[in-house]
Design a protein. Structure first.
Length: 345
């Protein structure tokens, strides 16, 4: 059930009932913000596997902090969302009622370290490796909710970049706050890499998959897409395919036309994964195999000859294409510069 935002002592707070559910699901909570230890971070700590961000861009999986400054606030009710979706109705966070960036990061770091505590005595985890994990080098502002709703996002990214160990900051958005993206550009605090979620080629599918609350959601999304084409930072269009919802080959041309408008540096095409809270809305049958993802991507490339295959990750069911005409070096962190390299990961 959707709720109104809870305000205590003049500050927005996730109410105790929802906070308890989040903590039970292994989330750390502070105020209106949330943090989590990703499945791949846990795997990397045990020297088992790294995430596709490591494979594609060199991100140090064990030193990645995934969090959101707007944990339970979002414009959409996406069909495939596997995050906690007890979102608040409030779609505007007042600046005088939110926590400042420094206290969010400091407190979520504490929460993150609590969640990592169990790995300290794990025989599969090297002690030095564990110590490294406690100090993130990569920040993914993407966990749950929509981070561009946080009014102090420019200050947050600036603060993250000022930390001595930071190597990269990723921001994932649904594109419903183009004004915030423009503000990040204007204030020269763009993330290292900006992701825009694209789950439809046309309005009808957009409404069916994203279930937007904003009446002008499609127009807002397209404004954000146009922003990608002109921004100075690295950009990614991320397409999540759900079988029977948005994977029709009849709509690929429309996807391509939208991508041309955004002209991103990279395109990620991935399958919906039947995990988390999405299980109450979808079934395993809605997942695509890696072979189906590759086939769909090849069809997309027919309309986008300037994009070439870059890499894939079979476990995550994801393929990434790179823009030959708007080329950037794929590596944010050179693989050999990470301690993961020494472990053969």
């Amino acid at each position: 059930m959707e709720k109104e935002a809870l305000i205590k002592e003049g500050k927005i707070r996730i109410d105790e009932e929802l906070a308890k559910k989040l903590k039970h699901a292994q989330y750390g909570v502070f105020g209106h913000s949330t943090v989590d230890i990703c499945h791949y971070t846990k795997k990397a700590l045990k020297k088992e596997k790294v995430c596709y961000k490591r494979k594609f861009f060199g991100i140090e999986t064990h030193r990645c902090m995934e969090f959101s400054p707007a944990g339970l606030f979002c414009h959409n009710r996406c069909t495939y969302c596997w995050r906690p979706t007890n979102f608040y109705k409030t779609l505007r966070l007042e600046e005088d009622k939110v926590d400042n960036p420094k206290e969010i990061v400091e407190n979520l770091l504490k929460e993150r370290n609590k969640l990592l505590t169990g790995f300290k005595g794990n025989e599969k985890v090297d002690k030095e490796f564990y110590k490294e994990a406690l100090i993130p080098t990569h920040f993914a502002i993407s966990l749950s909710g929509e981070p561009t709703l946080y009014p102090m996002l420019p200050e947050l990214i600036k603060y993250l970049k000022s930390l001595p160990h930071t190597k990269s900051v990723f921001l994932v958005t649904n594109g419903q706050e183009p004004e915030m993206l423009e503000r990040l550009e204007r204030e020269d605090v763009l993330p290292t890499q900006l992701y825009l979620s694209m789950n439809a080629g046309k309005l009808e599918t957009f409404k069916r998959v994203n279930c937007p609350l904003m009446k002008d959601a499609w127009e807002r999304f397209n404004r954000s897409l146009e922003f990608l084409a002109k921004t100075k930072t690295r950009t990614v269009v991320r397409i999540t395919l759900i079988k029977g919802f948005n994977d029709s080959k009849d709509e690929i041309k429309e996807f391509a036309e939208l991508i041309k408008k955004g002209n991103p540096h990279f395109i990620e095409v991935k399958s919906y994964m039947h995990v988390g809270y999405s299980k109450s809305r979808l079934t395993e049958k809605e997942m695509l195999t890696i072979e189906e993802i590759k086939e769909w991507t090849k069809e997309l490339q027919k309309f986008l000859p300037n994009f070439e295959f870059m890499d894939e990750d079979e476990d995550a069911r994801i393929v990434i294409l790179q823009n030959k005409e708007r080329y950037v070096d794929r590596w944010i962190v050179k693989p050999e510069e990470s301690s993961l390299f020494k472990l053969g990961l």
